[in-house]
Design a binder for this molecule. Structure first.
Ligand code: C2E
Ligand code: CA
Ligand code: CA
Ligand code: CA
Length: 276
């Protein structure tokens, strides 16, 4: 655990050392993973809340390490961000996801997670443009998911980068809304298509807790008045879906509708939904 409460200094320090060592080993392995092709993407369905119809997929990064097995992105993405590996890794994700989504029928979209680090680099705009050009995916079928963290560091140019990405015709969604330290100011300045309501609110609301319910209501009202859609994340049960629908979220994502799928299964689902 993170807190060293009760631990004597001489027993606590070696633990930190092991952690740093483990971190370094993992970082080196991650560096090689990109080159060795140990990374792949899975695609989780996103559906319309009313009809349950498929609207698109979110691309989620997976790393299969030869010895460690499948390592969770929750563990290695922060590491890749620290090591600035997220820039080449994120470019690989974007190009792969666009190439795959170009195989899906219109108008099925792909959503790609983008780290703040990638957006602090003006060259990212041309990476997005070339990923679209090379794959032939129409810009309006690409959605980039960014988190509030992007807006925390002023003067990094991230807002300008987002503006230029919007000019390409790409959509933006605001991921994990309400979980960071945010100000609402940027919502008025940056044109998001969708606000994603974090799973923690969905979970709390489904337990009948009044606060998360009030927050979801407020986010839905805010999004509506700004002309944005809302996606509820982590919907796992029929009951949660019913509640989310009642609260007015427009799209849903979660195990109830589908887990992240291997490429072939996502492709089959995309084709089945829209027919030939
Ligand atoms: P996220 O962007 O919030 O993605 C949603 C996460 O919730 C995914 O975890 C997904 O598998 C999981 N999830 C979806 N539905 C449910 C559900 O009903 N119940 C539960 N318990 N979980 C559900 P995953 O794939 O482990 O990814 C974790 C995080 O790693 C992502 O959170 C995102 O922040 C990051 N990540 C994943 N792929 C990428 C990527 O390509 N680039 C970057 N920068 N970050 C990524
Ligand atoms: Ca996401
Ligand atoms: Ca999220
Ligand atoms: Ca999340």
């Amino acid at each position: 655990s993170k807190d060293g409460g009760g631990g004597a200094f001489n027993t606590y320090e070696p633990q930190l050392h092991v952690k740093a060592e483990e971190r370094r080993v993992l970082e080196m392995a991650l560096r090689q993973a990109l080159e060795k092709g140990e990374l792949h993407l899975e695609y989780q369905p996103v559906v319309a809340a009313g009809t349950g119809g498929l609207t698109g997929f979110e691309a989620l990064l997976r790393w299969t390490h030869p010895e460690l097995g499948v390592v969770s992105p929750a563990k290695f993405v922060p590491l890749a961000e620290d090591a600035r590996l997220i820039v080449p890794m994120g470019e690989w994700v974007l190009r792969s996801a666009c190439a795959e989504a170009a195989q899906w029928p219109h108008p099925i979209r792909v959503a790609v997670n983008v780290s703040p680090e990638q957006l602090h680099n003006p060259a990212f705009v041309s990476v997005v443009a070339s990923a679209l050009a090379n794959s032939g995916l129409p810009a309006e079928r690409l959605e980039l998911e960014v988190t509030e963290g992007v807006f925390m560091r002023e003067g990094t140019g991230a807002v300008q980068v987002l503006e230029r990405i919007l000019d390409l015709g790409v959509r933006l969604s605001l991921d994990d809304f309400g979980t960071g330290y945010s100000s609402l100011g940027y919502l008025a300045r940056t044109r998001f298509s969708t606000i994603k309501v974090d799973r923690s609110f969905v979970q709390g609301a489904s337990k009948g807790q009044p606060e998360p319910i009030a927050i979801i209501r407020a986010v839905v009202a805010l999004a509506q008045s700004l002309g944005m859609a809302t996606t509820a994340e982590g919907v796992e049960t029929e009951q949660e879906h019913a509640m989310i629908q009642e609260l007015g979220c427009t799209k849903v994502q979660g195990y109830y509708f589908g887990r992240p799928l291997p490429v072939a299964e996502a492709r089959a689902l995309a084709g089945r939904k829209w027919g030939e």
